[in-house]
Design a protein around this ligand. Structure first.
Ligand code: 13P
Ligand code: SF4
Length: 305
């Protein structure tokens, strides 16, 4: 059954001159058929470099929007138009305008998990892979507003020693991972290394050995002499970790860490997307130009790991 669907996708991809990009949290079968998989930063860079006419973005809306901002001449399709990111919706452009009024001299750094309108109102964009480097690149005498994820913000504040103005946003998937989950997993696998995403809560991060974006987790596992890892992030990454490191073992810190929006993409929806050129993700030109400035700065700053 899957073989038939995969054959159909290949034919349609040729017809549409399409490339399939998939985030590391996508269902395993989607990761396996994608031309490129990666974290938000890696996928943004791929989207800006590909020569394909059409990008099928297997991820959530802000990721497809970022691709559309970087490559307006391409057609960017999101196979399920309702695949959003609740964290990205936690601050509106209006709320950001208000916050800027309260701190008129501050620079604004927004996490890529945000809307195009919010990016257009920001000075710099970042992902979890380069948030520390982006903030470190800013003048020391400037105050910084960091939005919308407060857990990533606290991680960045700790690593940079900067007193950031935070917004109370959070990822509902990462905050379900508890301190207890980590303690239990460590008791069960005492020799395992704990890798956590910076969107996790502070007590979880304190108990972890490495705080990494999903792409950095893949790099770390490939280089590490360790063979057992506890993974505190969305469980989709475990498919990629196992595939790239078949000799190692990976244990999810919590089986409940599942992003329902990431799991909305299916093989059937990818076929529908390629057949009907649905659902086009576009950004009004005025917003796109402003948002691109902050995203260009994001893709220029390379992570140190
Ligand atoms: P990464 O950029 O680390 O892949 O994270 C994206 C995301 O949505 C985290 O929840
Ligand atoms: Fe958004 Fe969280 Fe899902 Fe990432 S895991 S896409 S931050 S809801």
């Amino acid at each position: 059954m899957n073989e038939q669907l995969l054959g159909k996708i290949e034919k349609l991809k040729d017809k549409r001159e399409a490339v399939i990009l998939a985030h590391n949290y996508q269902p395993g079968e989607i990761q396996d058929l994608a031309d490129f998989t990666g974290d938000s930063l890696g996928l943004s860079i791929k989207a800006s470099q590909t020569e394909a006419e059409t990008i099928i973005f297997c991820g959530v809306r802000f990721m497809a929007e970022t691709a559309a901002i970087l490559s307006p001449e391409k057609t960017v399709l999101l196979p399920d138009k309702s695949a959003g990111c609740p964290l990205a919706d936690m601050i509106t452009a209006e709320q950001l305008r208000q916050l800027k009024k309260e701190h008129p001299d501050a620079l604004v750094v927004c996490y890529v998990n945000s809307s195009a309108e919010v990016k257009a109102q920001s000075d710099y964009c970042c992902t979890s892979a380069n948030a520390v480097e982006v903030v470190n690149s800013l003048p020391k005498d400037k105050r910084i507003i960091f939005i919308p994820d407060r857990h990533l913000g606290q991680f960045v504040a700790g690593r940079t020693g900067r007193d950031l103005i935070l917004w109370p946003g959070y990822c509902h998937v990462h905050v379900v991972i508890t301190e207890e989950d980590i303690k239990n997993a460590k008791a069960k696998y005492p020799d395992a290394i704990v890798m956590a995403h910076p969107e996790c809560t502070e007590p979880v991060k304190e108990l972890s050995d490495e705080l990494l974006s999903t792409g950095q987790m893949l790099k770390f596992a490939a280089k590490s002499p360790a063979k057992r890892f506890i993974i505190a992030t969305e469980i989709g990454i475990i498919h990629a970790l196992k595939k790239q490191n078949p000799e190692s073992e990976f244990y999810p810190a919590s089986d409940r860490a599942i992003c329902p929006n990431m799991k909305k993409i299916t093989l059937d929806k990818i076929i529908g997307s390629l057949e009907d050129m649905q659902h086009k993700v576009t950004v009004p030109e005025k917003i796109r130009i402003r948002a691109k400035k902050s995203i260009d700065r994001m893709v220029e700053v390379l992570p140190s790991r």
